[in-house]
Structures are given as C-alpha cells and as structure tokens.
Design a protein around this ligand. Structure first.
Ligand code: SF4
Length: 356
C-alpha cells in the first residue's frame, strides 16, 4: 500500500467540498454538529475526525461488541422499571431479535451479494448481552433504600454552554437513583469490557464521560444535583452460547465461570461495582473539562479541507496501532478524494444519523 502523495493532497484540498457535493445518498453532506459525551476527547487522528465525526461515515459491518452492550443496557433499563431479572432479559432479547432481523433484511436487500451478517453471530451477541445483564442484576440488585428517578434519559447541554463550547452536547444517562437514607442522587453507568473490570475501575475518578454526564444532569435538573456515579462493570467471558443451547443452560455455564474467576483472583473480580463521589466543582472557568470541550468544539468548526484535518502520519504506522486495530478509514486515506465515493460503496460505509 502506498500512501497518497502529499503534493497531490494539496491540490485535492481545493476541490474537496466540490467532490463531497457530488457524493450519492447525502454521504458528502456535513453532519449537523452535536457531540456525544464519549466524543469529548481530542481526536487521535485529525483525518479520522473528518471522516467519522464531521462527515459521519461509518463502516456498516457487524459489531458484536456494540450489539451485546446495547442489549445489556436495554435489559438493565427494563430491570430498573421494576421488572424481575428474568423478564427484563427476556424482553430485551426479544426486542433485539426483532430489530436485528429487520436490519438483516435491509442489509440483504441493499447488499444481495454480501450476506456477512449471519444469524449465528446475531444469536451469540444477543445471548452474550442478555447473559451479562442477568449477571449484573444478580450481582448488584437495586437497593431497597433507593428510588429510580430516571432511566435512559437524554439530556442536551443548555445554551449557556455555547460560551465555551460552540456545539451542543447530547447524551443519555443510563439511570439516576435517589438514596433515601443519604438523601443523595447518584448517576448509574453500566459498562461491559473485554479488559479486566479492575483496570476499567482504576481511572474512573478521572472519567471525562462521567463528569460530562454529571454536568449535563446538574444543568438540566439543578434541584436534583448528583453526588457521584455508580459504575456497574462486567467483564466479557470468552464463552458464547452454543448452537441449540437453552439460554438458562448458557447462563449456568457463565455463572460458573464468573464464580471461578472471582475465587481465583479476589482482587480483580470479573464483575465490579465502583462508587465515585464528585468532590470538585464542575464547569467553572478554570475547569479542565470546559477546556476540553472548547478544544473539541473548535475541531467541529474547522474548514473542511485535507489541510485542516491532516493525516496522523505518513507511514500509516500509527493507523495500525489505533486501539490495536487497523483504522477502518485506511482505504480512504490511500486514495484521492475523487475516488472516495467508490471506496465508500466498495467497503460498505454508510452515514451515521444526525443527532441534533
Ligand atoms: S488511516 Fe490513519 S491517517 Fe487515515 S484516518 Fe485512519 S488513523 Fe488517520
């Protein structure tokens, strides 16, 4: 693979907007700008920021991890409405099956030659997500002393934030609890991870996402300011549901695995609950979070050109190391913008929904 020549990029830069304007299916249209709390970080690669955030291009492939995580969140949301664990998981899995079947039918219609989104993978992801939900519910049932005051509530930053961040921030909190004994409100955040939960828990005090959710919640509900965040973290086992296996049998195998892991290493349990109290004020003028939002907001406002969003490196070494995977946008970086429409189709990219 040969990287695109820099001189050629300079000349392409002038034509980039024109090239984008000719792209099919609104692929070349800039996204309406909104930030999700997970996106409030400086981009590892400016060019990637252009592709994924400004233009909203994403690879339309099967992402098991994301789907299992979504099902876990959905199950927890049903559970927080007061349903028993088994019902919550069953309902979440049933809804996910219907939605994914629809997605699969749509995919088959648009890409008849490419049936990679197969049913087995789908079943494994649903089983994994449902199982993790059930394990979390058993490990950390809702305390009797707590009332659920919000479940999956979407929050948008107030206009006053525009003074330091030019784009709105929109995020959905997993849940908020009111602890009657302490008279405190707490955010709840469910996480699944392929790492050890203890590693994820180690740096949660400095978790930007949690701080942002806190700031969003407090600005929308100043009368119910939150005292901290409860992180429910579950590690993913390598175990997947076998062909024809009943969900309850799969669950038993996984419970056994979680028990063994917890006994083998009590300091690094595979399921962990971590309470992080918010002790500092947030969003004052010297606040680091405010500085970060301003910086990321500025990236959203840059002129759309290859110059404004340079590639992270010329050798593509860094591109192989981002998150331990090859960057999915590499085919675009290897070609002239004039060939991008073709590349996007060939590699099954589509457009993320606008969320403003
Ligand atoms: S391939 Fe490399 S240069 Fe291109 S967007 Fe990805 S990380 Fe950036």
């Amino acid at each position: 693979m040969t990287p695109t020549d820099t001189d050629t990029e300079d000349s392409d830069m002038r034509d980039l907007l024109e090239v984008l304007s000719r792209m099919p299916n609104s692929l070349g249209r800039l996204r309406k700008t909104a930030l999700h709390p997970s996106g409030v970080r400086l981009p590892a690669c400016p060019r990637r920021f252009l592709y994924s955030t400004r233009l909203g291009w994403r690879k339309a492939d099967w992402r098991e991890a994301l789907s299992a995580g979504n099902i876990l969140h959905r199950a927890m949301a049903v559970y927080y409405t007061g349903q028993p664990p088994a019902t919550s998981v069953e309902q979440a899995c049933k809804e996910a099956k219907l939605e994914l079947a629809e997605e699969q039918a749509l995919w088959a219609q648009e890409h008849p030659e490419d049936p990679f989104m197969d049913t087995r993978k789908r079943e494994k992801a649903i089983g994994l997500g449902g199982m993790m939900g059930r394990v979390l519910m058993e490990a950390f049932p809702l305390p009797d002393t707590c009332d659920v005051v919000a479940i999956e509530q979407t929050l948008k930053s107030p206009d006053s934030w525009k003074a330091f961040c030019p784009v709105p921030i929109i995020g959905t909190v997993d849940a908020v609890l009111y602890d009657r004994t302490k008279e405190q409100y707490w955010l709840v955040d469910h996480k699944s991870t392929s790492d050890k939960p203890a590693q994820r828990a180690a740096n949660l005090t400095f978790d930007v996402q949690a701080q942002l959710y806190r700031a969003l919640w407090n600005s929308v509900h100043p009368e119910r300011r939150v005292s901290g965040v409860i992180h429910n973290i579950i590690g993913k086992p390598g175990i997947r549901v076998k062909k024809g296996e009943k969900f309850e049998d799969y669950l038993d195998r996984c419970f056994e695995w979680y028990d063994k892991q917890a006994l083998a290493d009590p300091h690094e349990p595979p399921v962990q609950q971590s309470y992080v109290s918010f002790i500092s004020p947030v969003l004052d003028k010297n606040d680091e979070l405010q500085g970060l939002m301003s910086e990321v907001g500025r990236w959203h406002k840059r002129a759309v050109s290859l110059d404004s969003y340079p590639r992270v490196g010329q050798s593509f070494q860094a591109c192989n190391e981002l998150g331990g995977h090859v960057c999915p946008f590499m085919p675009l970086c290897l070609r002239q913008p004039s060939a991008w429409a073709e590349v996007l189709t060939k590699y099954h990219f589509n457009k993320a929904d606008d969320d403003v």
